[in-house]
Design a protein around this ligand. Sequence first.
Ligand SMILES: O=C[C@H](O)[C@H](O)[C@H](O)COP(=O)(O)O
Length: 227
Amino acid sequence: MTNQSKQKVHAARKAIEYVEDGMVLGLGTGSTMDVFLDLLGERVQAGLQIKGVPTSVKTEQKAKQLGIPLTTLSDHPKLDLAFDGADEIDPDFQLTKGGGGSLLREKMVDVTAKQFIVVADESKMVNQLGAFPLPVEVVKFGWDSIREQLEALGCDAVLREVDGLPFETDNDQFIIDCHFHQIENPHMLRDQIKSIVGVVEVGLFLDMTDIVLVGVDEEVIIYEKGV
Ligand SMILES: O=C[C@H](O)[C@H](O)[C@H](O)COP(=O)(O)O
């Protein structure tokens, strides 16, 4: 197991400690969340009573395989906790997400939680957002015109492809990855991107995070908002 994988396991183990009987949880997407789901599945098999709202089809399928009971945002519009990974975390807990293409459902779920807990290895901690290409989910219609409008904001904007074909999200839309390299003002950029007609969501998760659990070698560093 790589050091990064070990850090994910440590952080996911710590995250499980926040889960209590009767809670309704947002279940994030990605390799870190896969570790978390495995551990959660073990706790459920041992008798823990929780329900989860998945943030992607992939997470939904894995949760079902593990016997984790699922529910919906319609039935539970306010979640107790949401757990999710991140692609970048800055010192103010601002995030970029969507490396796996699940940003829309992730944001919809994560924003509804009383507490949003980010689980990560230490490679995700950055001084400034932007080295990781910023994912933007867009409608298919006129996507190239949207891409040009994104480039006008000062980035190289690239349609995400898999095996030479456009990547399609769980919502049947495209992702455009925006290479800004450095994001000076995440709030302004979010507002500029969201004002482009045809943009569905942007992978800047701002002012949402309550707790960050970072796996660092054999320990986990806990960062809490306001502490
Ligand atoms: O769309 C994917 C999500 O935003 C993930 O949470 C993010 O990419 C982090 O994934 P991982 O834990 O695999 O690094």
